[in-house]
Write a new protein. Sequence first.
Length: 187
Amino acid sequence: MTARSTGSPSGSPSGRPGPASSRTTPPPGATVPEPSGPDRRDLDLKLADYDGCFGCGDQSSDGLRVKQTGITGTEVTGEFTVLEAHQGAPGLAHGGVLATAMDESLGSSAWVLGKRYVTGRLETDFMAPVPVGSTVYLRSWCTGVDGRKAYLQGEGRIGGPDGPIAVRAAALFIEVPEEHFSREREG
Ligand SMILES: CCCCCCCCCCCCCCCC(=O)SCCNC(=O)CCNC(=O)[C@H](O)C(C)(C)COP(=O)(O)OP(=O)(O)OC[C@H]1O[C@@H](n2cnc3c(N)ncnc32)[C@H](O)[C@@H]1OP(=O)(O)O
């Protein structure tokens, strides 16, 4: 296993600027709350009847089937394996698939904040090609909450949980009421 290339994912292992733009950087005064979301066991129960999510569900044969592997504070880790169905260029993961995996990971970190969030803005940096068959090790965490806005960052590594960063992301999630989901379905 190689050494993790940066302790701080907002750092710049490649010399490139960090992943967050002004729209995904928390404003001064934003704070990271104590996670108050359901713990893993509650979550498993609540999600037991729904496995249709393209990111984490088991019903979608070509879905990513991201498995969550740990939660520490707002940091959520997970992993998925790149299948042939996920190709862009021959033998390599499609960038949109990697962005989706980051959305899933960032969304999981937002979930542990204990409120309902949807992705408002998602920014991704693609740092290295990801071959089909690779396991991508995902990690996301909250950098601040300001009213309805939750700011998150994340990364996907290959070769092991401490391997090189292949993709990194920053996002703004927006808190929505429960009706958001039923209203949109009926719309
Ligand atoms: C824990 C371990 C196990 C976990 C186990 C799994 C758990 C489960 C995980 C699930 C993980 C799924 C992860 C996928 C998550 C999706 O994929 S969600 C689907 C994709 N996203 C959407 O469909 C959202 C569509 N957009 C919308 O519905 C609406 O635009 C929104 C985002 C709700 C905002 O609309 P609104 O409520 O009318 O609010 P609005 O006033 O427009 O905006 C609120 C504020 O946000 C700002 N804002 C909104 N959008 C933006 C933007 N794009 N850029 C900058 N600012 C913005 C506004 O400027 C405004 O700012 P202020 O004026 O308040 O300063």
